[in-house]
Design a binder for this molecule. Sequence first.
Ligand code: NAG
Ligand code: NAG
Ligand code: NAG
Ligand code: NAG
Ligand code: NAG
Ligand code: NAG
Ligand code: NAG
Ligand code: NAG
Ligand code: ZN
Length: 459
Amino acid sequence: MLLKILLGVLCCVGALATENITEQLSPPQLLLVSFDGFRADYLRRFPMPNLKLLYSQGVLVEQLTNVFITKTFPNHYSLVTGLYAESHGILASNMYDPVSHEHFHINNDSNPMWWNEARPLWISALDSGYKTAAMMWPGSDVTIRNRTATHFLPYNPNVTFKQRVGNVTKWMLGDEKEKGAMFAALYWEEPDRSGHIFGPDNDTAMSEVLKEVDDNIGLLISELKITGLWGRVNILITSDHGMTQCSAQRLIKLDNCLHPDNYTLVDLSPVTAIIPLKDPEAVFKLLDKCHEHMKAYKKPDIPDRLHYRNNDRVQPIILIADEGWTIVRRGDKLPRLGDHGYDNALPSMHPFMAASGPSFRQGYRISSLQSVDIYPLMCKLLSVPPQPNNGTMTHARCLLAAESCWDVPLVIGLVVGVLLLLTAITVLFRFLSSRRPPGSRPFQRLQVDDDDDDDPMLE
Ligand SMILES: *[C@@H]1O[C@H](CO)[C@@H](O)[C@H](O)[C@H]1NC(C)=O
Ligand SMILES: *[C@@H]1O[C@H](CO)[C@@H](O)[C@H](O)[C@H]1NC(C)=O
Ligand SMILES: *[C@@H]1O[C@H](CO)[C@@H](O)[C@H](O)[C@H]1NC(C)=O
Ligand SMILES: *[C@@H]1O[C@H](CO)[C@@H](O)[C@H](O)[C@H]1NC(C)=O
Ligand SMILES: *[C@@H]1O[C@H](CO)[C@@H](O)[C@H](O)[C@H]1NC(C)=O
Ligand SMILES: *[C@@H]1O[C@H](CO)[C@@H](O)[C@H](O)[C@H]1NC(C)=O
Ligand SMILES: *[C@@H]1O[C@H](CO)[C@@H](O)[C@H](O)[C@H]1NC(C)=O
Ligand SMILES: *[C@@H]1O[C@H](CO)[C@@H](O)[C@H](O)[C@H]1NC(C)=O
Ligand SMILES: [Zn+2]
């Protein structure tokens, strides 16, 4: 009996001790936030005091090279999978799958078939025994590979930012019954929505919406402070793509080049996806010389760098408009004053990334990073084994406090500095020597300075 009690106590202490150890070993929770359509240079154009405060205590990546096509769904899925669009399967806002003959539209996206080619972090982190949460992130209310995040809400644009943050912090805190979510993703529609309506060049409208976005970041920070999460969790704020100004003077009209009977249109602008009907070669020829500000590619000829070819859902012909040009079927109506989706090499299409928390360096910035690198970074922060992906830790590593990282400009600066100093010393030494009369020995003279300068005995 006594032995049993003793064993029980030992067990209990043992369990408590292990619990403590595991608690200490478990990494900080991670909150990933996306503000849709936050073009990198908004950071320079508008004040954003709360965001600046956040990254002054952490890190800033001034520009993220995102994935083609630079649209919301492809890029949000790349952020949480580390895959190019051709590898995760969410290739556009409108898709057609020639195998299943299904159609995809962002308002009708809940068929898991579209998402199952990848495994987003909110699902793979479940396998590490973690709870996860995803608030209105594209795909978060879809049952992907038979699972969802532990916590999510169906997409509803009417739910305010405050309500989203309220739920996310509640999920991260957990309760007596359930541990807090180790990984949480949070999505917000601005400044994308206003960017489309007013165009990114409208300073009045954009400064208003970016003040709202920054106020929301302030609200997020104060909510994290109130709940005691601030300083304990890692927080990563980023976006999916930028935005560029469009114009009714820059319309490309497909009907001017080709009768609509000749093709099926899957997606329209700024990247058009076309299935030719009768004579593919003839259709391509007409589209190829359709407009000087639009490039036409047959699927096998789509440039490698776009990583937008190896998937059934890439159609036989795609058309890519030059920056600021809009592809329409016909008419003179400009659908959106601002748009995105263009070549991911364009700076106007790039978003940014800021992060802070216990794992990040403080007051550090780099000029650029690939957006597919964010996934392996998040896996490292969470100690979750990464799924096969297209990212690397080579550059992202430098953002972490625990990693020693050569700062190339600093190292070059130091080396150049030391070389200059050595040169200066040599030159000075030569100069001094050249002023000495021949045969004199200045260093030995020092020892005898006050005595007879020229005592030959001392030589
Ligand atoms: C667990 O850690 C807390 C502080 O982090 C400490 O107060 C407590 O005594 C520890 N418990 C055990 C069983 O080690
Ligand atoms: C959504 O897609 C499914 C399958 O493609 C289709 O049957 C359904 O009609 C669509 N719903 C709407 C509202 O478009
Ligand atoms: C999902 O679960 C069903 C049975 O519940 C199973 O037949 C199917 O293979 C699963 N799909 C995936 C992608 O795991
Ligand atoms: C959002 O609000 C609008 C206007 O109040 C309403 O018509 C719409 O049904 C709401 N959407 C959802 C998903 O609740
Ligand atoms: C969570 O979101 C719902 C809307 O779906 C809202 O009614 C509720 O107040 C939110 N909870 C918190 C704690 O903010
Ligand atoms: C800019 O947006 C404001 C609304 O905030 C609108 O009143 C104004 O007409 C727009 N200016 C231009 C040049 O489009
Ligand atoms: C395109 O469609 C029109 C009308 O149906 C037809 O006359 C023409 O031959 C077609 N052109 C090509 C290249 O298929
Ligand atoms: C991207 O990663 C996937 C998964 O590992 C791989 O299949 C694909 O070949 C990669 N793409 C490139 C361009 O390396
Ligand atoms: Zn958009």
